[in-house]
Design a protein around this ligand. Structure first.
Ligand code: SAM
Length: 222
């Protein structure tokens, strides 16, 4: 019953504040038809990412975990004409669907989709002396979250915003005895945020069409 309410309220919020967008609907449909798991962010969360990119006036965005590119498109739309978004995806099939979605959404010229294990791609970006990013969205395999945070800090400058998705996992995050490696990845991510003097962070629990979960958000100190 509770989750039904969350879903209905999410629908209400979406109807009120997020005008119908045929491209984004078609992207979700393409993902579904390609058999991708429906684990993209919800529309109101996608718009939140878009607003964060606007608030930061970000020009360079890094996303770890593309799936079909739904969150990517939301963020790419908030970039200025000379903005650039790098997104990392392990599964070639996901990447193929995402690339087609970027073309369909008319944002492919701003997006660099790199296929392969994110940890390898991040090491490559370092070798290529990539410029720091203004905003980094971590949304891939949760056991690797501590590694992704380490890389995110490396690719940051003062003021860079780092966001992590799925940091509550229906409350399981407080279960120290959990046997789920994703929970341990998320807990290690919190521990790192707590211990890392160069970032100021918080996390927020969320409920909605994607269940009960949460976002962590931090800003790199000057
Ligand atoms: N950000 C997407 C959205 O909201 O539309 C959802 C991303 S989904 C939760 C996580 C993605 O990370 C999946 O497509 C998965 O294949 C990818 N992934 C998992 N492990 C990875 C790895 N080691 N390197 C890169 N991507 C990985």
């Amino acid at each position: 019953r509770q989750s039904n309410t969350w879903e209905i309220v999410d629908q209400y919020i979406t109807e009120c504040l997020i005008p119908y967008d045929s491209v984004l609907e078609e992207v979700l449909l393409a993902n579904k038809q390609a058999g991708l798991p429906p684990i993209d962010v919800a529309p109101n969360q996608g718009k939140l990412l878009n607003i964060w990119v606007q608030m930061k006036q970000a020009k360079r965005v890094l996303e770890i975990g593309t799936l079909g590119g739904y969150s990517t498109i939301w963020m790419a739309r908030a970039l200025p004409a000379d903005g650039h978004l790098v997104t990392l995806e392990l599964e070639p099939r996901h990447a193929e669907v995402a690339q087609a979605n970027f073309v369909h959404a008319g944002v492919d010229h701003r997006i660099e989709l790199r296929v392969g294990n994110a940890l390898d791609q991040l090491a490559k970006l370092e070798q290529e002396n990539t410029e720091p990013f203004d905003l980094i969205f971590i949304d891939a395999d949760k056991p690797n979250n501590p590694h992704y945070l380490k890389w995110a800090l490396q690719f940051s400058r003062p003021g860079t915003v780092i966001i992590g998705d799925n940091v509550v996992r229906a409350g399981e995050v407080v279960d120290v005895h959990s046997t789920d490696p994703r929970i341990h990845g998320v807990r290690a991510f919190y521990d790192m945020l707590a211990a890392e003097p160069s970032i100021d962070a918080t996390a927020i629990q969320t409920v909605g069409s994607k269940g009960y979960d949460g976002f962590a958000i931090g800003i790199v100190r000057g």
